[in-house]
Design a protein around this ligand. Structure first.
Ligand SMILES: [Zn+2]
Length: 162
């Protein structure tokens, strides 16, 4: 990828280099998306909201305290987990951040969490990890476990300290 101005693969408009993340409201939900270098914020917003309206809203809801609730049974029946994971990360049900969050691991230490095409994700809530694992992996032939990641140390913190 060259340093000069990047353009959106969808609409050809230039993509701002400054924009790191963007937030918007849609049907009482608050979405927080990270910017990327191949899709402008507007195209990403439109694409994700179309997916939410046609698909995600059938199993994503809000409770009376405006907490996001996911019907994992309906979610898994409908598949399309890669795109769904992107929505759930924007709603903070899943996160790029590992610290303080939950991870389903197989017996070789590989993540069994949902992921987008290019991002590993973690459950932010214990009950979602439990429900997802129970529904999806009850019948697997190998063992697995759910771990809570208590503390992480960043590469910067490890390398820079003398
Ligand atoms: Zn665009």
């Amino acid at each position: 990828m060259s340093e000069e101005s990047k353009t959106c693969q969808e609409c050809d408009r230039p993509i701002s280099n400054e924009l790191q993340r963007f937030v918007f409201q849609h049907q009482l939900f608050t979405f927080v998306f990270l910017a990327n270098e191949y899709e402008c914020a507007e195209c990403k917003r439109k694409r994700c909201m179309k997916f939410f309206d046609n698909f995600g809203k059938h199993f994503i809801d809000l409770d009376e305290h405006k907490n996001v609730i996911v019907n994992w049974l309906l979610c898994l029946e409908r598949e399309q987990m890669t795109k769904t994971a992107e929505l759930l990360a924007a709603l903070k049900v899943l996160s790029l951040c590992s610290e303080g969050n939950w991870l389903i691991l197989d017996n070789r230490g590989q993540s069994m969490n949902p992921s987008t095409s290019f991002q590993h994700l973690y459950f932010t809530r214990r009950e979602d990890a439990l429900e997802y694992a129970r529904l999806k992996f009850s019948d697997t032939g190998h063992s697995w476990e759910i771990v809570h990641i208590d503390k992480t140390i960043s590469r910067e913190d490890v390398v820079q300290k003398e």
